[in-house]
Design a protein around this ligand. Structure first.
Ligand SMILES: *Cc1c(COP(=O)(O)O)cnc(C)c1O
Length: 445
């Protein structure tokens, strides 16, 4: 039959919508599902395949359930990358979710001082903990670190000059580029040094009457190795201090505790950044910190006060959900319970402990244990490779790419690593995930 006649065999939309199997379903979702099922059958008909009404009805029902479930779902991270930007960066500790629920499902004292009965400050809920954790005088939190960078530059360097090293003109994930953010903030960028070498004298020599900020940026996704030199944190802080301008460090990921040895990652901690003399330091809430998306700004009280007075603050401010989660995560650090923060636990876990979990998964799946290396992810310690174990699996008659696709499309999608073989890097796996992996593999046998 030619395709014109095949197309005539496609069911009318009304026929699907009025099918009695669908009588209890939501009309809006059903229409969408039916339209997609018919469109797919039409494409098949154009290729010469005869439409099967019964199949279209089944397909409509499958698409309906899929839409109903929503597209944002839990996945299993078997990549070994703890701070995986595409997989939602840091998972939250359970207690943070509990605290979030308590605070947001009812009313809260978000901006209310219960002692005085007057209006309170929403940032106060996290600034006290941040002071204690970092040694900074004060703190404020905004939507993410990108907005923190923008806000700091806009507050102190709008219409003035901000000095930055040519070796630190970072691009993170496409749309965030230091030169572009500077421009948008109204600051005039003054580049100093060269790509591979920047010294303290370069900062000193760049000072003009218009210099307002000296900025240092964490090289989050690259390193400059070989014939290279970088002004230290204290150098930049000192140079700014001598010039009477604000020193600002965009620390990127930001860690309160150092887990990885210097040979693997030379990054300093936020308390060390502050101790080196920086007036302002900002970092992400959901990278090494292990909380939710947020831009955390810590530093001198008078400067934080100015930032809070910037009208942009109202646009970049965070919701109670962010504050509830951060409060809970910061408390874990303060009380010596950082290992309850998943990102922290995964980064600091010993190879022996990972090995034990790998043996269990290998025994369950009949897979083979392989030595591998995982990266931290999320612009943290770009060159750091942590020893890890993977469990490689194969299914007879199923190619590597078909296996990978099957796992990705499983009810709870499983994101594995694919090299010569498909394998699960156990660093980011919880034993609770093993059942799902077994079910997915079992479905292929
Ligand atoms: C990740 C990163 C940012 C952006 O932080 P978000 O929280 O993702 O907005 C900015 N600067 C540096 C150096 C970073 O590593």
């Amino acid at each position: 039959m030619d395709s014109i006649n095949l197309l005539k065999k496609l069911p009318k939309m009304d026929k699907i919508l009025n099918d009695e199997r669908f009588s209890d379903l939501n009309r809006i979702i059903l229409k969408e599902a039916a339209a997609r099922a018919v469109a797919s059958a039409r494409a098949d008909a154009e290729k010469g395949k005869e439409p099967d009404v019964e199949k279209i009805l089944t397909e409509t029902s499958i698409i309906y359930r899929d839409i109903e479930k929503g597209s944002l779902r839990r996945v299993i991270n078997a990549t070994g990358v703890p701070i995986h930007t595409n997989l939602g960066r840091s998972p939250l500790p359970e207690c943070a979710a509990d605290e979030l629920k308590k605070v947001v499902c009812g009313y809260s004292n978000l901006e209310y001082d219960t002692h005085t009965g007057k209006r309170g400050d929403r940032y106060h809920h996290v600034s006290e903990y941040l002071r204690m954790l970092t040694g900074a005088e004060d703190a404020v939190v905004v939507n993410n670190n990108a907005s923190a960078v923008f806000l700091v530059l806009n507050t102190f360097a709008k219409g003035k000059e901000a000095v930055v090293s040519r070796g630190e003109l970072v691009e993170i994930g496409g749309s965030f580029r230091v030169p572009d953010v500077m421009k948008q903030s109204g600051a005039k960028m003054v580049e100093v040094g060269t790509t591979n070498k920047t010294r303290k004298a370069d900062y000193d020599n760049a000072v003009t009457p218009k210099t307002a900020v000296m900025m240092k940026v964490h090289r989050s996704n690259y390193e400059i190795v070989g014939f290279s030199e970088e002004a230290t944190l204290s150098d930049v802080a000192q140079s700014a201090c001598d010039a009477g301008c604000v020193s600002y460090y965009d620390a990127g990921s930001g860690q309160f505790i150092k887990h990885l040895p210097d040979e693997i990652c030379r990054d300093k901690t936020i308390p060390e950044d502050i101790a080196s003399g920086f007036d302002i330091v900002s970092f992400s809430g959901d990278k090494m910190t292990g909380g939710c998306q947020a831009g955390i700004i810590v530093g001198k009280k008078s400067l934080i006060h100015k930032i809070k007075k910037n009208p942009l603050m109202r646009m970049l401010r965070v919701d109670k959900m962010t504050l509830a989660v951060l409060q809970s995560v910061f408390r874990l650090y303060l009380t010596g319970r950082a290992n309850e923060i998943p990102a922290q636990r995964m980064i600091s876990e010993s190879i022996e402990s990972i090995g034990l979990r790998a043996s269990k998964l290998a025994a369950l799946t009949g897979g083979e244990i392989i030595a591998t290396k995982s990266t931290v992810g999320g612009g943290s310690c770009p060159l750091a490779e942590m020893k890890s174990f993977g469990v490689a699996v194969s299914v007879k008659g199923v190619s590597e790419s078909a296996l990978d696709r099957h796992l990705r499309r499983w009810e709870t999608p499983i994101i594995a690593r694919v090299g010569e073989r498909v394998y699960f890097d156990v660093r980011t796996l919880d034993e609770k995930d093993f059942g799902i992996i077994l079910d997915a593999l079992g479905a292929l046998k």
